[in-house]
Design a protein around this ligand. Structure first.
Ligand code: ADE
Ligand code: ZN
Length: 336
């Protein structure tokens, strides 16, 4: 199968944790810059530790590596490195999740995190031709009160944030726990998204829709277990930000051949493909598209549909959406 379009087609990436783009080489470079001792002797030793049994086993390492991020420049360098990699895989628009609670709890001020990320976001269009937005996530394994306190901290930076999200350990932390926080976020003018149905049951996806009023569901792969939910997602044209390599690394599916992305498209769901935490899961968004298209033998039209869906689901103005879709049409016509 020709995987070139997986890389070449213009696309938006909508499910990307910026802290999950922290490549081992950069972890070591920033550890040296900040004089932080790492519990691994080398880049290879760190990379060799990327064997996960479930979401929690990954999160343990993900939060530990973040300890190296200390200054505004660190956050800017992290995001800048992502934009360069993403552009090389056809990304023209990216919406970046960030986890402020994981930094503030270590003594890094909220302002340091958002100023660093914002400087890279401001430069991404000029340097790489990638437009970008920030989505602030609440850690669902912490309290609703802690999420509300984070929301309050973000208020002075409201215009730098397009949406709030919900991530971290899913099971035992249903969306309902954050109903009031999300209502407040919507009242402040932010859109909402939430991880749901990654490891958690379809009922969590229902709650994300009905209680959090999300505009997209992150992952949502377990929705296929519930036919009524599939009908609801299809009828609402509710986007699902699917992350195939992540799902295999975190053992949601045994192999890529077992992934249900093909079924989701057959069901008429607005699925998109994304990289989640590419430094940990073995590839960026083009790599995800190429690997899943190959494993599931998706027709070439599926890659085009996925790219189209990514623009339909992006939090962008109508004129920008039209321009990106025209760019996609031109690429398809030129058979990139
Ligand atoms: N934080 C970073 N990656 C995540 C994922 N795949 N699920 C939940 N929380 C996350
Ligand atoms: Zn995620």
């Amino acid at each position: 199968m020709n995987v070139a379009p997986a890389y070449a087609l213009p696309k938006a990436e909508l499910h990307l944790h910026i802290e999950g783009t922290f490549e081992p080489e950069l972890i070591f470079a920033l550890a040296e810059r900040n004089r932080v001792r790492l519990p691994y002797p080398s880049v290879d030793a760190l990379r060799n530790a990327y064997e996960f049994t479930d979401l929690q086993s990954f999160l343990d390492l993900y939060y530990a590596a973040m300890n190296v991020l200390r200054t505004e420049a660190d956050f800017a360098d992290l995001a800048e490195a992502y934009f360069a990699r993403a552009r090389a895989q056809g990304v023209v628009h990216a919406e970046l999740f960030f986890d402020p609670q994981a930094h503030v709890a270590r003594g890094v001020p909220f302002e340091t995190v958002i100023d660093g990320l914002w400087s890279a976001v401001r430069e991404s269009e000029r340097r790489h031709g990638v437009s970008s937005k920030l989505i602030m996530c609440f850690l669902r394994d912490r309290s609703a009160e802690a999420a509300l306190a984070t929301l309050e901290q973000a208020l002075p930076y409201g215009d730098r944030i397009v949406a709030v999200g919900l991530d971290s350990a899913e099971i035992g932390h249903p969306p309902s726990k954050f109903e009031r926080v999300f209502a407040r976020a919507r009242a402040e003018g932010w859109k909402t998204v939430a991880h749901a149905g990654e490891e958690g049951p379809p009922s969590y996806v229902w709650e994300a829709l009905d209680l959090l009023h999300v505009s997209r569901v992150d992952h949502g792969v377990r929705s296929l277990e519930d036919p009524l939910l599939v009908a609801r997602l299809r009828d609402d044209r509710m986007p699902l930000t699917v992350c195939p390599l992540s799902n295999v690394k975190l053992r949601v599916f045994d192999t890529l051949r077992d992934h249900t992305l093909g079924r989701m498209l057959d069901e008429g769901l607005v699925a998109t493909v994304n990289s989640d935490d590419p430094a940990y899961f073995g590839g960026y968004v083009g790599d995800n598209l190429a690997a899943v298209a190959q494993a599931l033998q998706l027709p070439p039209s599926a890659l085009e549909t996925l790219a189209r869906n990514s623009f339909e689901a992006a939090f962008i103005e109508p004129a920008a959406r039209a321009a990106y879709l025209a760019q996609l049409d031109a690429a398809v016509a030129a058979r990139v």
